[in-house]
Design a protein around this ligand. Structure first.
Ligand SMILES: [Fe+2]
Length: 287
């Protein structure tokens, strides 16, 4: 993810990459990865989209310990032409978009402390690699990620990054997908979180709404807790097609004229999968 306010640390190259320094991870770092990995694997197989499990498998990510980005990149390059590059943390928007547009996924090279399994201020290697990388092995999703990077470069020129960031948030980070067997998870922010992997699918609180590009770009989101809305795509092919076949210039013009949509709102034109009770969010406010 991107952070426009940060300045480049001295150890980072001009494109903000750093060596992963895989040999510098401690035994405890690897043990933290293994613990998080085992916890998610105990719960995800019937919840997550099968393409995610296929990605874990083809990238051999069940090998114990934090993955070596060079090995991951070799496999990804053969499959979809992507690489994983290390960065020290969040990077500026233009850097982030440039990497995506060139099929490079930036991943934090640090891992959370053992007492932070459920809470993170900044995405670490578990979120970035476990959450994001398996779907980069899927050709259509891989193309979507690159299209997003190119779209980000155009949105920068048009001053519309904030609206486009909502698309990333509600798809790449917190997306749900329809399957013959009910809804499934695919967003990295969900699949790398034990609590949200359950909440996003099973809890009666959040709304689950059919994906619509304009609707998503108008919808606020929260960064401090579980989402109050999730958007459901039909398929990765459909998501990619809608993105590639939309002329974003007129869409941005339209969105700029319309009010933002609050996070707990359902519109009459929404395709509603689940009308949430919002009990979780309202309980937090009342507490
Ligand atoms: Fe992420």
């Amino acid at each position: 993810m991107a952070d426009a306010t940060r300045s480049r640390p001295p150890e980072a190259a001009e494109d903000w990459t750093v060596p992963q320094c895989w040999h510098e991870y401690s035994a405890q770092d690897h043990a933290t990865w293994d613990k998080l990995f085992a916890r998610q694997l105990g719960m995800l197989p019937h919840r997550v989209t099968p393409e995610f499990m296929a990605g874990l498998d083809v990238l051999r990510m069940s090998k114990p310990g934090i993955p070596d980005f060079a090995e991951l990149s070799d496999r990804l390059m053969t499959l979809t032409g992507w690489q994983v590059v290390a960065v020290p943390g969040l990077v500026p928007d233009d850097v982030f978009f440039d990497h995506l547009a060139n099929r490079r996924f930036v991943a934090g090279n640090f891992i959370r402390r053992p007492d932070q399994l459920d809470y993170l201020q900044e995405p670490d290697v578990f979120h970035d690699v476990f959450g994001h990388v398996p779907l980069l092995a899927h050709p259509v999703f891989a193309d979507y990620m690159q299209a997003y990077g190119k779209g980000g470069q155009r949105a920068t020129a048009l001053g519309m990054i904030d609206r486009l960031a909502r698309l990333y948030w509600y798809t790449v980070e917190f997306g749900l997908i329809r399957s013959g067997d009910g809804l499934k998870l695919y967003g990295a922010g969900i699949v790398s979180s034990y609590g949200e992997s359950v909440f996003a699918l099973d809890d009666p609180s959040p709304h689950r709404i059919g994906f619509d590009l304009e609707r998503v770009m108008r919808t606020k989101y929260r960064i401090d807790d579980f989402q109050q809305n999730y958007f459901v795509i039909e398929s990765f092919e459909d998501l990619l097609e809608r993105t590639l076949n939309t002329d974003f210039g007129p869409l941005y013009d339209r969105v700029a004229q319309l009010p933002d949509i609050e996070i707990d709102t359902i519109l009459s034109e929404d395709g509603v999968y689940t009308r949430g009770t919002q009990a979780y969010a309202h309980g937090k406010v009342a507490a």
